[in-house]
Design a protein around this ligand. Structure first.
Ligand code: SF4
Length: 483
């Protein structure tokens, strides 16, 4: 149980008059001892000061009210929401409906510009805040600490060898896939606090890293105390989408990548955050399929079936396709899970064809002592059959004419790509290797620095790695050479 000071966030839309009123309302809140929170941090009170001068402003007001109504405060209770301003005056019923839509147990308050009992909007705002602060729900400061925190052990003080720097935002898994030993080794879920992630990212940028990778055992369980979706019964203190937004906003972060995600954790909310930061959060997702057969997925105790996986892929494609170029999707597949039949394997092949993976990490099933699947010895698939299935998937991916990888890579040709340069090309003196936003590696003529940003054009796929022609390199973004 933890005590939290009261905090507020104010979202203001519209004109200068609104911003002047914002300052008056902030002065009231500050005088009452409330602390203003940074963007992305939870707040006990959400104030949305709205505008309706154009239909676009009204739409933004509606969206901001909806977002505020979903927020949770320091102890994970729904935040108190107060909606003020022109939209609240013009459409008070709509504002009231929106503010109550997610948390009817915690009604929000709508305060328009009109005078009521001779009192102005600001005066009524002050009364509403007083009433809220003296209410029993507001006074309850002892709250359940929902999530164990992953400690910020030590900030790095030296640049790592790679251009990419990883931040471990989550640890632990209790999902108990029947082939996996991790829940036995790390059963407790922990997530890093938003503020600690931001601090770590800032330090990494200061050290010269401009590409950040968010990692974890089960990233989608960020902020939750369980990875089992049906048991995730409260909104986390900070949603993954909010974390992505906050890290993407740090000056100097040029590229943000989310490492492997469990398929059903790709939510609309997360995709919105990716779409909102198109130059930073890359359109690449690593989504382990493991099998395309519903029967095998059930035996694996995975939390999705083939059609749910496909729906999620379609949602990601719709959100992240830019100028006709779909996102790069990579995956993990297990071949020869106990009891896997040829029909089951065909399910995997069909799913791979449909998704068009850029890359598949194909693993042979290997029994891990201590897991359920290791005990199903009578159903182990014959070695020869596993070898043949691995080979078939390898051909499906890598056939030079119509493999899945080349089909995806052909879509990169004739387009400009932003590369982050990684290292000298060991096979081609005078060239460097760099990686584009869609996770493909290219070789470029010239001498660069690690982390240098370069705009290139891909003209053909005749060689491997693919040569890219340089269009421009941004020397202002050049990083310090290694000492
Ligand atoms: S979700 Fe991932 S870490 Fe958790 S049990 Fe399954 S495979 Fe292992």
């Amino acid at each position: 149980m933890t005590d939290h000071p009261k905090s507020y966030r104010m979202t203001t839309l519209g004109c200068r008059a609104n911003h002047a009123e914002q300052r008056e309302m902030e002065a009231i809140l500050n005088a009452k001892g409330l602390i203003r929170t940074e963007s992305g941090m939870p707040a006990s009170l959400e104030v949305v000061h709205t505008c309706s001068v154009t239909s676009r402003a009204a739409a933004k007001s509606r969206q901001s009210i909806r977002q505020a109504a979903r927020k949770r405060g320091p102890g994970h209770e729904p935040s108190k929401v107060i909606v003020t301003g022109c939209f609240a005056s013009m459409e008070p019923d709509v504002a009231q409906r929106l503010v109550n839509s997610d948390e009817p147990a915690s009604p929000g308050t709508v305060i328009g510009h009109h005078h009521e009992d001779g009192r102005s909007m600001i005066e009524r705002f002050r009364s509403e805040v007083d009433a809220w602060l003296s209410s029993p729900s507001s006074r309850a400061t002892s709250v359940k600490q929902a999530t164990l925190h992953l400690p910020l052990v030590e900030l790095p003080n030296q640049r790592a060898h790679h251009t990419r720097a990883e931040i471990r935002i989550q640890d632990g898994c209790d999902a108990h896939c029947t082939f996996c030993i991790i829940p036995k080794l790390r059963p407790d879920l922990r997530s890093k606090r938003l503020q600690d992630v931001i601090e770590e990212a800032r330090r990494l940028v200061d050290l010269g890293h401009n590409e950040i990778v968010l990692t974890g055992i089960f990233i989608g369980a960020f902020g939750h105390e369980t990875a089992i979706h049906r048991r995730q019964d409260f909104q986390p203190e900070t949603r993954l989408s909010e974390l992505v937004d906050s890290v993407a906003a740090i000056p100097g972060v040029q590229r943000l990548r989310i490492s492997s995600m469990e398929p059903m954790d790709v939510t609309e909310d997360l995709l919105d955050a990716m779409v909102a930061n198109p130059r930073i959060v890359v359109p690449h997702l690593h989504l382990p399929l493991q099998s395309g057969s519903d029967r095998i997925l059930r035996r694996m105790n995975r939390q999705y079936n083939a059609s749910a996986y496909l729906e999620m892929i379609e949602m990601a494609e719709e959100a992240l396709t830019l100028d006709g170029l779909p996102p790069a999707i990579t995956t993990d597949v297990i071949c020869g899970f106990p009891g896997e039949t040829e029909d089951d394997f065909q399910g995997t092949v069909e799913m791979a064809r449909r998704v068009g993976y850029l890359h598949m990490h194909t693993f042979r099933f290997s029994p891990r002592e201590g897991t359920a699947a290791a005990r199903w010895k009578s159903q182990f698939v014959h070695d020869e059959t596993i070898r043949s299935r691995v080979k078939r998937l390898h051909t499906l991916e890598n056939d030079p004419q119509d493999g899945l990888a080349i089909k995806y890579r052909r879509q990169l040709v004739g387009r400009e790509h932003r590369l982050i340069m990684e290292q000298p090309d060991p096979d081609h003196p005078g060239r460097w290797l760099g990686r584009c936003d869609h996770y493909e590696r290219f070789t470029v003529e010239g001498d660069f620095h690690k982390g240098q940003l370069v705009r290139t054009l891909i003209e053909n796929l005749d060689e491997s790695p693919t040569p890219a022609r340089i269009i421009s390199s941004d020397h202002r973004l050049q990083l310090m050479p290694y000492s």
